[in-house]
Design a protein around this ligand. Structure first.
Ligand code: SAM
Ligand code: DTB
Ligand code: SF4
Length: 364
């Protein structure tokens, strides 16, 4: 039976967040090991398919048209360009692509059709495909689901109270509504936030209350450290302390035991030792590639060196969506064929199992 709780309060979460660090790490790591392979970390790649010129006023974001930042804006990328980038990411160990667009919300029409084609294309590459396109309706979420979207990212970013200090052009309720629209489809939910924007521990706990009381909880929770970009209202924020990041990751792991916790933006400011503590505390995904959407990220080779040093393995795609019994069934089928199991989405699995049965007949 699942131990996941959906009734966390701010007081419960603050108490966890403020636990003496050694106890917090021990508790988080114990929960992490019960639900995940502690030596496996998913490598995802971000791709900014439409950059800059966004009408929103998110105070942290270099892509908001109203702030004067150095980023180079771009119209929507072509499907071919996206495919080439996805293949590149796959060859360097990524199992998931997250496509981001600097839109307030998705508008039906040619551009959305092009995004649907991107989703279908990446899906055929046997990679998890995620999008973050701003607000979407239930119908748009359904169309993304039909194109084979695996996850939709839409962050709550902070507590409901602090959100208002950072963004005025849309409210917390709007964010929750998009998450709800995604939840009505079979697309998984990716939602997290940013620390280091000037919020306090109560706000961090407030955000975790909002996420952990969703039922089901998000399958994926990115924890970003603010990348303070010159020209944005948050340009003068000091980098968040690594200890806060470790506490935030550990607390997220404890309150959402089954979710994939993503150590997201801000890794260029973190040492390997700091990141290792985040993995120990329950982070099991990173964004790789020398760029996030518009800001720098560690080099892939440096990340792979870190994985080697820590004995971490990159996670194969689709591993988290499979039910344990289907994993076992598929595993034994492939073992019978003398092949390594290939982790797939359930709908692909049916085709693969048919293929496997055919091969088994030939072998007989
Ligand atoms: N426009 C869409 C939206 O806002 O939902 C998708 C793209 S938006 C850039 C995705 C997320 O990136 C934001 O919700 C925020 O959490 C994160 N983000 C943006 N700028 C950031 C920064 N400077 N530092 C850390 N995270 C950032
Ligand atoms: C998320 O939570 N973090 C990623 C992903 N979801 C889309 C984005 C980080 C963006 C950091 C700022 C930038 O590179 O523009
Ligand atoms: Fe636009 Fe998204 Fe940036 Fe906000 S976070 S300004 S919605 S691109």
């Amino acid at each position: 039976m699942s131990e996941t709780r959906h009734n966390w309060t701010k007081e419960d979460i603050l108490e966890i967040y403020n636990t003496p660090l050694m106890d917090l790490l021990y508790n988080a790591a114990t929960i992490h090991r019960k639900h995940h392979d502690p030596n496996t970390v998913q490598v995802s790649t971000l791709l900014s398919i439409k950059t800059g010129g966004c009408p929103e006023d998110c105070g942290y974001c270099p892509q908001a048209a109203r702030y004067h930042t150095d980023i180079e804006g771009n119209d929507l990328m072509s499907v071919q360009h996206v495919k080439a980038q996805a293949l590149r990411a796959k060859s360097s160990g990524s199992s998931r692509i997250c496509m981001g667009a600097a839109w307030r919300n998705v508008k039906d029409g040619e551009e959305f059709d092009q995004v649907l084609e991107m989703v279908r294309t990446i899906n055929k590459l046997d990679m998890e495909v995620c999008c973050t396109l701003g607000m979407i309706t239930e119908n748009q979420a359904q169309r993304l689901a039909e194109a084979g979207l695996y996850a939709y990212n839409h962050n709550l970013d902070s507590s409901e109270e602090y959100y208002k200090e950072v963004i005025s052009t849309r409210g917390y309720e709007d964010r929750l509504e998009t998450i709800d629209n995604v939840r009505k489809t079979n697309v998984t939910v990716c939602s997290g936030g940013i620390i280091g924007m000037g919020e306090n521990a109560e706000d961090r706990a407030g955000m975790l209350v909002a996420l952990s009381t969703l039922n089901p909880q998000p399958e994926s929770v990115p924890i970003n450290a603010l990348v303070a970009v010159e020209g944005t209202p948050l340009e003068d924020q000091k980098p968040v302390s690594i200890w806060d990041m470790i506490r935030m990751v550990a607390t997220t792991r404890i309150v959402m035991p089954e979710t994939q916790v993503r150590l997201s933006a801000g890794r260029t400011e973190m040492t390997r030792e700091g990141q290792a503590m985040c993995f120990f505390a329950g982070a099991n995904s990173i964004f790789a590639g020398d760029k996030l959407l518009t800001t720098p990220n560690p080099d892939v080779n440096a990340d792979m060196e870190m994985f080697k040093m820590l004995g971490l393995n990159p996670q194969k795609p689709f591993i988290k969506k499979m039910q344990p019994e289907t994993v076992e069934a598929q595993d034994s089928q492939y073992q019978a064929l003398g092949e390594k199991p290939k982790w797939t989405r359930p709908e692909h699995k049916i085709e693969r199992n048919e293929e496997a049965k055919q091969k088994a007949k030939v072998l007989k």
